[in-house]
Design a protein around this ligand. Structure first.
Ligand code: NAD
Length: 276
């Protein structure tokens, strides 16, 4: 390991499963104390247990990030538990797909809420701590780099049929990323985004007629991808396969590490070379 995150505290949203859980595991294995969040209480408790059993420092905070007051509570929980927030990964997300003529206002807004408004509120909630910490470090002649990684998608950078809301939210968070990189450079914060291609989680499970619904705000939402589309994607992907959550987390770890201390406002695509 050419670096350590010993002494650093990370906050990872949507970390009960999938890519978020892999990100939290990689950060913890690199030495960070991790505060993980999810709205799925059983799964996030189990994820924290797994981290602790592996000997890592971890805690969790259960809650729905789209509740306007929750991002502040979550940042406070991280500060109360670990005394700092040095790394923030805005990972929580889901898809609620349809062609535009069948997309309701609620559905479109839900995609903007989770993928854009939530990262905005989380970062605003952390801004007081980050600015004060940076000011005193700078006054003491120290340069301490903090890290923000927002998760986007090739649906955001390229667009994807059937995903007007998801693609719009994932595109918009890139604007937030680039703007905060400019606002927070003076506080020594690297603000970057990682955009995924097809990563093997429940979000892209093959739709085989089985139960692939998630419940969100009283709606049963079907997630997953048509098997034919998955096969076609694998064929046109230069690496010829889906990515694993651990591989996805590797790209995020780069932006959380000192290896990226002079990189900010960028979008790294981790998708095996696949483009829609
Ligand atoms: N899997 C892919 O191929 C892929 C591709 C591009 C982008 N992404 C993005 O990667 C991120 C992680 O996705 P994943 O594939 O690991 O999905 P996943 O469904 O396995 O995990 C997402 C987690 O986020 C949580 N979550 C959702 N809404 C939440 C809310 N309001 N409050 C708290 N937690 C919430 C879920 O409970 C879940 O545990 C998402 O932002 C997704 O859009 C995934």
């Amino acid at each position: 390991m050419p670096f350590t995150l010993e002494g650093r505290t990370a906050l990872v949203t949507g970390a009960a499963r999938g890519i978020g859980r892999a990100i939290a595991t990689r950060l913890a294995a690199a030495g960070a104390a991790v505060m993980i969040n999810d709205l799925d209480e059983a799964a996030v408790t189990e994820a924290e247990c797994g981290l602790r059993t592996a000997g890592y420092q971890a805690a969790h905070v259960v809650g729905d990030l789209t509740n306007p007051s929750f991002p502040e509570q979550m940042v406070k929980a991280a500060l109360d538990t670990f005394g700092a927030v040095d790394i923030i990964v805005n990972n929580a997300g889901y898809t609620w797909d349809n062609v535009i003529q069948k997309t309701t206002d609620e559905q479109f807004q839900a995609m903007l809420d989770i993928h854009l408004v939530v990262p905005f509120r989380v970062l605003r909630a952390a801004s007081g701590y980050i600015r004060e910490a940076a000011k005193s470090e700078i006054a003491a002649g120290k340069r301490v780099m903090r890290k923000v990684v927002n998760i986007t998608s090739i649906a955001g950078t390229l667009g994807n049929a059937g995903q007007a809301g998801y693609s719009s939210g994932k595109a918009a968070v890139i604007g937030l990323t680039k703007t905060l990189a400019k606002e927070w450079g003076r506080y020594n914060v690297n603000v970057n985004a990682v955009g995924f291609g097809l990563i093997d989680t429940r979000l892209i499970q093959p739709l085989n007629g089985g139960n692939s619904n998630i419940e969100m705000h009283g709606h049963q939402i079907r997630i997953g991808v048509q098997p034919a589309m998955l096969d076609a994607a694998k064929k046109s992907c230069p690496l010829g396969r889906l990515g694993s959550p651990e591989e996805a987390a590797g790209a995020v770890l780069f932006f959380c590490s000192p290896l990226s201390d002079y990189v900010t406002g960028e979008v790294l695509i981790c998708g095996g070379g696949f483009h829609f």
